[in-house]
Ligand binder design. Structure first.
Ligand code: ADP
Ligand code: ADP
Length: 226
């Protein structure tokens, strides 16, 4: 069963913009997958549909074999989402942000505390667990976004342009954290418009442009073509 399966996925916004024009995609469990494309290609729309923030106009979406439209909450429980904007409370501490997030999803307190330590260590933030989040550097804040998303132990982690607009040092730090997440068996899908990012991280990728997938396959094969 693929971690993510899309068939004939279409999205037309109210203003008649056809953001997705029939997307077919399979992402295998354990994969590190990039969705690469220029601004306006439809990447955020695709992520929005998969994370239930955007309603598809047509097509099928399943997550580990669970139909997203028929069993939305069960499907959503498989997914962790790292949105583009940093959206945690800057006046909370990383440890509390992680524990409270898990609590929101019904994880018992002692378990949530154990997970928080594990995730903050994995994101190289354990020494910052008890400081005010607003004092974290830009890179640390981004890694906290990843740690928080992992608190529900998603089988599929989805990141929308996780490193847009950050410098190469920050990007490298995030790559390291993401590799660790993937090495634990989590399927990772990210959108990016940096070829370099896809090249450094991903085994497989799809190139999306004007709402269509124009290339799809193993990173190595596609690099040879470019
Ligand atoms: P990307 O993430 O690759 O930059 P998007 O999915 O954001 O692409 O956008 C795809 C197309 O859909 C663009 O033409 C964009 O202007 C349009 N679009 C995105 N969101 C909306 C919206 N909420 N309403 C109308 N059009 C939108
Ligand atoms: P704050 O702004 O105080 O940090 P938010 O309401 O933004 O609080 O919640 C923090 C995070 O918790 C959000 O970014 C979101 O990912 C998650 N969250 C909060 N409410 C919900 C909800 N109803 N469904 C899913 N996730 C939620």
């Amino acid at each position: 069963t693929p971690a993510l399966r899309l068939r004939g996925l279409k999205k037309t916004y109210d203003n008649k913009v056809e953001a997705l024009k029939g997307i077919d995609l399979d992402v295998e469990p354990g994969d590190f997958f990039a969705l690469l494309g220029p601004n306006g290609a439809g990447k955020s729309t695709l992520i929005g549909v998969v994370s239930s923030l955007v309603n598809a106009s047509a097509g099928e979406v399943s997550v580990f074999g669970i139909d997203l439209l028929r069993q939305r909450s069960l499907a959503m429980r498989q997914i962790g989402l790292v949105p583009q904007e940093i959206n945690f409370n800057m006046f909370e501490k990383p440890f509390d942000i992680c524990v409270n997030y898990a609590g929101f999803y019904g994880v018992p307190r002692p378990e949530a505390e154990q997970r928080a330590e594990h995730e903050l260590r994995a994101a190289h933030l354990w020494d910052k667990a008890r400081v005010m989040s607003r004092t974290l550097s830009g890179g640390m804040k981004r890694r906290l976004m990843i740690a928080r998303a992992m608190m529900t132990r998603p089988r599929l982690l989805i990141l929308d342009e996780p490193t847009a607009g950050v410098d190469i040092e920050i990007r490298r730090g995030m790559w390291k954290t993401l590799r660790e997440v993937n090495a634990r068996g989590t399927t990772v899908i990210l959108t990016t418009h940096y070829l370099e990012e896809a090249e450094n991280l991903c085994r497989n990728l799809a190139i999306i442009d004007h709402g269509r997938i124009i290339e799809q396959g193993p990173m190595k094969q596609l690099l040879a073509k470019l």
